[in-house]
Design a protein around this ligand. Sequence first.
Ligand SMILES: *Cc1c(COP(=O)(O)O)cnc(C)c1O
Length: 595
Amino acid sequence: MIIKVCGLTDNQSSMQVANLNGVDYTGFIFYEGSKRFTETTLATAKQKVGVFVNASLQYIKEQVIKYNLDVVQLHGNESPEFIRQFPKNIKIIKAFGIATEADLEATQLYEGLADYFLFDTKSESHGGTGTTFNWQILDAYKGSTPFLLSGGIGLESIEKLKQFTHPQLAGYDLNSRFELSPKVKDPDRIATFIKLLNMKTTSYLDTDPLGFYGEFGGAYVPELLRPNVEELDAAFNSYCFTEEFESEFKQLLKDYVGRPTPLYLAGRLSDKYGATIYLKREDLCHTGAHKVNNTVGQILLAKHMGKTNIIAETGAGQHGVATATVCALMGLNCIVYMGEKDIERQAPNVQRMKMLGAEVRPATSGSKTLKDATNEAIRHWINHPDSYYLIGSVVGPHPYPKIVAYFQSVISKEIEKQLLEKTGKTYPDKVIACVGGGSNAAGAFYQFYDNPKVELVAVEAAGLGIDSGKSAATSVLGTPGVLHGSLTLLMQDADGQVTEPHSISAGLDYPGIGPLHAHTIATGRAVSISVTDDEALQAALELSQLEGIIPALESAHALYALTKLELKKEDVIVVNLSGRGDKDMNTYLEKFPNL
Ligand SMILES: *Cc1c(COP(=O)(O)O)cnc(C)c1O
């Protein structure tokens, strides 16, 4: 939508307004003989519109040249013949006062003569009354010239504006309701208007039919696999909202996973950071992290689809273990692809998977790490389209990000209930979660995406530092590209080769980020913070000794964000403690030799 801010006079606020993101045109009102603006204002403004009321052609032309105007807005009774005399390189906005449908008839004479019409509240004083008119009248406008809506639009108009649609509606004209004092514009109020206008009325969790969250997502899979992702989407949509599924899923989450996990008021941590801090204890889930919430959901879906062979890929082995676990539970075959290098590095998890009855297949190509394991898994899927590919985070082709986010949403659904009990409110001021692919964060944010009162803080691994070349801070270093079947932000070099990421925590050592997170970070709905290896280690030690909880290294990144945020005493904060630290004891012992 075009935003035109009209009636600029004061020099300082005009400059601020002109510099605002999202302001397209700045309007200056020219009454013959009276100057309500300063010349410096006009010199610095962008896309300048001069507003004239029944002025002479001579006068208008002089002002256009003198002030370098881009657009002439005619706000009086100027005739079509009058407009025909303007040179073609000057854009024209013709204003009409509207009180009834009959006022629209005149527009027909001006078709083709103006770049835009401007529909304003009808008044003797040619606009600027600060009152609105009934926009429904404009339903009768069938012309081909796009129009700007004007007249008394203010912050309180947002909801109505979002509901008012018209094929020729091109933008809004803001004036008297955005002033600090008569004639002095309030840049903050204009910025807020633009922000609210751009806030989606649909949910952040909605995808378009092709699986896009805004500009990110989609399903970039070989043609051979297209039926698979379509079949999966159909099965998820038809089965996962039935009573049968829901009761089985709930039962397993309760009796097998150990849900609900506690929402623990961390008293000593709260004292230290000067806010009320709760920890969502996903570390207490069976297998030691949140990942099992998703594998339980998907295994039920796979079983319903009649699939008996499950494939997965894993980096550090945590998703592999969670998948092997639920395959054992359901008596299904399980093949886990894992980079050869990771098999060496993560021996205890490999042993676990084997003990659970899974086959671990080494990926021997490329860097022999996660992305190579992913390639192998996809190749297997192409060759065995009857197998079920169980993805462990909110990544991969549509519908995986949607499915995984939904299965993990149990985290924030519990947070709502638990907070209500403890604080009397269903939502916190901030939710903090670490992001590898982003499944624990998506689960912890899920119920709060569309509540602007909740700040969503996504914490990425900065590794040795953002600029060190050894980092996994995708939202800072990443650019759009296709990874793992979806269009998202990923770390890549100039040739589009995926850059090897680095983080001390295996779960965050991923070169991409789920498309939902790419979208919410790009639109400002979520903020991203990056935390280095050393900072995470420090936070892990701190939590261990303040609260008697040894966190996973991944979760320690989220904890360190507490030092980077401005916290107020009355703030209620939830940190998602995605996993426990048992698996990281070797790293901790190595890094803290003097304990
Ligand atoms: C795998 C893992 C992560 C990262 O994965 P997301 O999909 O981003 O949640 C974070 N914490 C723990 C404990 C993990 O095991």
